[in-house]
Design a protein around this ligand. Structure first.
Ligand code: PLP
Ligand code: SF4
Length: 372
């Protein structure tokens, strides 16, 4: 595979089972002009051209079908249809909100934590989310997969024995053809110190029919595989996404989910509670992170305050079981990494005497007892 390869322009022969997702792609929004036939509001219509210049538009049919067009505030619509607010950039917003570029020793790789790296096999996605924290990279770098482009990254991983996890991100790695995924997996598993392959993807949410037996086979090999999905609302959980997650689980992959806290999409306890329960109980996907909204440009209208996020995280902690609970984190700009934002239950400390707030809100004194 030498030229840019992406499922949207793949010309290889179609294996059986791939027809469903290919229809989903074909019948979805692939270009700005495809939005014209949708029942957009006048404001959305006015925003489309300019917003699409900042961040591409792409919505598979399966995801488009989830939109309730009678609801201007629909949480699915809010995630993928460009809006005028996106054009209002605020002071302090950033092109590279989590410092990917500052920690990139070779192209297509970010190494910030000793034992794991991010690998960017493609900067294309099956769906483009308006709130994307990498939208600047997707637009400015914008390249698909080529075998050659990843060579420096593979060489870097091979010469850094401290790296144990390789995280395929992007872009969306599962927007690549099976053949490309199998190639990438084979290159990574040939490096003996790598133990785990992690895949960060929105494909099970937005293009669930793409999760085929061929795709699973491309990823199976020596390495433990963890798929980190990106569901933001319980309305994204359907019989189709359920099938996709079952296929991944039955392949033996560990499934986790990260969500982004988005104002007007999922910033209520009820919405988050239902999302986390359905993820765990219906899909078998463990809620992993709830991300505070990054400082991506033009996204102020979707960001909550940190205090609001902490209140939501506290309420979730009280309502949900441990396995249904995500950790509320902020990915610090300038590469500070992801830090849990709380809420904090420690009220005060005096030596080994601690004042700790219980889940019922009562503050209790706890004296730590340790041996000599
Ligand atoms: C998010 C991220 C990771 C993965 O972090 P975990 O806490 O292990 O999920 C690794 N490297 C970078 C640069 C990241 O941004
Ligand atoms: S799928 Fe991920 S990388 Fe792609 S636009 Fe959405 S958030 Fe960004």
């Amino acid at each position: 595979m030498t030229s840019d390869a992406n499922l949207h322009d793949a010309t290889e022969r179609t294996p059986a089972g791939d027809a469903a997702w290919q229809d989903d792609v074909r019948e979805g929004v692939r270009h700005v002009r495809d939005l014209e036939s949708l029942p957009l509001s006048p404001a959305e219509r006015a925003a489309v051209q300019q917003a699409a210049a900042n961040h591409k538009v792409r919505i598979p049919k399966a995801y488009l079908d989830l939109i309730d067009w009678n609801d201007p505030q629909d949480p699915i619509r809010a995630q993928v249809i460009p809006s005028l607010q996106e054009l209002a950039e605020q002071e302090g917003e950033l092109d590279d909100p989590i410092g990917d570029h500052d920690f990139s020793p070779v192209p297509r790789l970010t190494h910030r934590h000793a034992d794991r790296v991010l690998l960017f096999p493609t900067y294309q996605c099956a769906v483009y989310c308006r709130f994307c924290f990498r939208k600047e990279s997707l637009t400015s770098i914008g390249r698909g997969y080529t075998r050659e482009a990843l060579e420096p990254a593979f060489a870097y991983i091979a010469t850094h024995p401290e790296i144990r996890e390789v995280i395929l991100t992007g872009g969306d790695p599962l927007s690549l053809p099976d053949k490309a995924l199998a190639e990438i997996r084979a290159r990574i598993e040939a490096i003996p110190h790598v133990r785990l392959l992690r895949i960060h993807t929105r494909v099970p949410v937005a293009l669930p029919a793409r999760i085929t037996s061929g795709l699973v086979a491309a990823l199976q090999g020596r390495l433990m595989v963890t798929v980190v999905t990106h569901f933001n609302h319980a309305r994204e959980i359907t019989s189709r996404t359920e099938d996709a997650c079952r296929t991944l689980r039955q392949a033996g992959f560990v499934l986790l989910n990260q969500s982004v806290l988005l104002k007007g999409v999922n910033d209520t306890v009820e919405v988050l509670e239902e999302l986390c329960r359905e993820l765990m109980y219906r899909l078998g996907v463990k809620p992993y992170y709830l991300h505070h909204g990054d400082l991506a440009r033009g996204m102020a209208h979707r960001r909550t305050t940190i205090a609001e996020g902490q209140a939501l995280a506290g309420a979730l902690r009280r309502r949900l079981s441990g396995i249904c609970n995500p950790v509320y984190v902020l990915d610090l700009p300038d590469g500070g990494g992801k830090v849990p934002l709380g809420p904090c239950y420690v009220e005060a400390r005096d030596g080994e005497t601690w004042r700790i707030r219980g889940q019922d809100g009562e503050v209790r004194v706890y004296r730590a007892v340790v041996g000599e």
